[in-house]
Ligand binder design. Structure first.
Ligand code: UN1
Length: 494
């Protein structure tokens, strides 16, 4: 019998009202069932939101520095349990242990950042235009937030949302991806152990249609923060738009690394291997296009292909594994579909393009790191997000064409340029249409205390990470105090 896990609703661990549950499976070995988790539905969401409203009343009255102390303890507990959580996270979503340890570390960093923000939560003040009058804005808790998160960073991405929300005094109703409920259970356990009032966090496991959608449309849910696909994000935004709710969206990417003729090629090759095939290419920041200056194109392709062939596929919990499996069958099918599309479009497959077997690989959703060359900018494999270990290489004649190709997609999350020319580097920073640009580093590796997010179809103007996210999760109240003892009229008593 597989282990049975529960959601956390109404201040206690609970099954779904309908008792429906689903199996959570190790993507590196589909015979390994991690456990059964509640498949929650609208009735569970109703209970969760009602309870979160009470949690908000209580938590929002705790002084912000004290809220920060709870988050500090959560960071300490994550630090103590880093290896255990990384191990379980790899088991449930596949990326190698070094990466899941990084995922936990990102949550720890975010916890400590949020903890210290409890003693700031700065806002604005400015001199009044009138005598004997003062004006300032104060930051206030905003309400109950719906948090909907993906499986590729099962702890880091939720922590980017949940810690700042809690720091601001909000309560959260969290629907984690159906593929990574185990990590979510661990996160909630830690929040409770750290001293969070139970009703301030609600964990609703299950599927988007049944468990996610009712959170988004619930009238007592103040706002929604979502990371996932552009298609789902836009549907969520439509509902929030109708209801006048704030919504923060972090969506698709088609990130490129541009390598110029003056680049350090060793560095550029290391960078693209990590950016394209780390997390099996399943990051919204993953490098899925490599734009090469024609002068170094053949050399980079030759050396990169050799290196990619040597990447070791396997169970992420086994030592020496470079690349884990895809998250599930649908994701691998999608990768296979795009590889076929690439071939039909006339791109050349330099390596990969197959499902591996042997050494137990047939038990998981593995796919060989794949590189397409002779890709032209309008091909679907150069335009659409694949979310897997597939890299499209595009040759350009110069810097201007490189930037044009880089910008010629609907997304704008991350980007990278390798060059030793400082002028080119700054021109690239200026001209690349993306929320993040790396110089001489791959497209992945965002740090917890910097703004994170994208332009164009990647986002809707909000940022996570760093300080901007605190704007999203709090309200501003502007206060005017007139101590003149008479009626003063702004704009009229000039
Ligand atoms: C994501 O893929 O959704 O910069 C987040 C990075 C990580 C976060 C990725 N720190 O690649």
């Amino acid at each position: 019998m597989p282990d049975k896990f529960q959601s956390f609703i109404g201040g206690k661990w609970a099954d779904s009202e309908t008792r429906a549950s689903y199996a959570n499976i190790n993507p590196a070995d589909i015979n390994d069932v991690i456990g059964r988790f509640p498949a929650c539905g609208p009735a569970d969401v109703e209970r969760a939101v009602e309870s979160a409203v009470k949690g908000f009343e209580r938590w929002s009255r705790v002084p912000a520095p004290k809220r920060g102390e709870v988050l500090k303890r959560a960071g300490d507990l994550l630090t103590l349990r880093k290896d255990e959580i990384a191990d379980g996270m790899t088991r449930e979503m596949g990326k190698p242990l070094t990466e899941t340890r990084g995922d936990v570390q990102e949550a720890i960093d975010t916890a400590y950042y949020a903890a210290s923000e409890g003693r700031r939560l700065f806002s604005h003040t400015a001199p009044s235009e009138l005598r004997d009058k003062m004006g300032f804005a104060i930051r206030r808790p905003a309400g109950v937030f719906g948090i909907i998160t993906p499986w590729n960073f099962p702890l880091a991405v939720p922590s980017w949302k949940i810690f700042p929300a809690l720091c601001c005094g909000d309560a959260v109703v969290w629907k984690p991806a159906q593929d990574t409920p185990w990590t979510a259970v661990k996160f909630v356990e830690i929040l409770l152990e750290a001293g969070l009032p139970p009703e301030a966090v609600q964990l609703v496991t299950g599927f988007g249609g049944e468990a996610g959608a009712p959170i988004v449309s619930h009238r007592k849910v103040t706002g929604v923060s979502f990371t996932g696909s552009t298609a789902v994000g836009c549907r969520i935004a439509a509902v929030c738009g109708e209801m006048g709710k704030p919504v923060s969206l972090e969506m698709g990417g088609k990130n490129a690394q541009l390598v110029m003729d003056d680049a350090d090629l060793d560095l550029a090759i290391e960078g693209v291997l990590w950016g394209a095939f780390g997390t099996t290419g399943q990051r919204c920041t993953a490098t899925s296009r490599l734009i090469l200056h024609q002068a170094i194109h053949d050399e980079v392709v030759g050396r990169l292909t050799e290196r990619a062939k040597k990447l070791k596929l396997g169970d992420g919990r086994r030592k020496g594994t470079d690349v884990g499996p895809l998250i599930n069958e649908d994701s691998r099918d999608k990768v296979e579909k795009y590889v076929r599309i690439g071939q039909e479009e006339g791109a050349t497959m330099a390596t990969g393009g197959e499902i591996p077997s042997g050494n137990g690989l047939e038990r998981g959703w593995f796919y060989r790191p794949t590189i397409f060359t002779d890709v032209t900018p309008k091909m679907r494999i150069a335009q659409e997000e694949i979310f897997g270990p597939v890299l499209s290489v595009i040759r350009v004649k110069d810097f201007d064409e490189g930037i044009e190709v880089m910008n010629g997609v609907r997304y704008g999350l991350s980007s990278s340029i390798y060059t030793s020319d400082v002028t080119r580097a700054f021109r690239a920073i200026d001209r690349i249409e993306a929320g993040i640009t790396y110089v001489n580093g791959p497209t992945i590796g965002a740090e917890a205390h910097f703004p994170f997010g994208g332009v164009k179809d990647t986002g809707n103007g909000h940022r996570e990470g760093g300080w901007p996210v605190y704007d999203f999760f709090s309200d501003l109240k502007t206060v005017y105090v007139d101590y003149s003892g008479k009626l003063q009229k702004a704009q009229i008593d000039t």
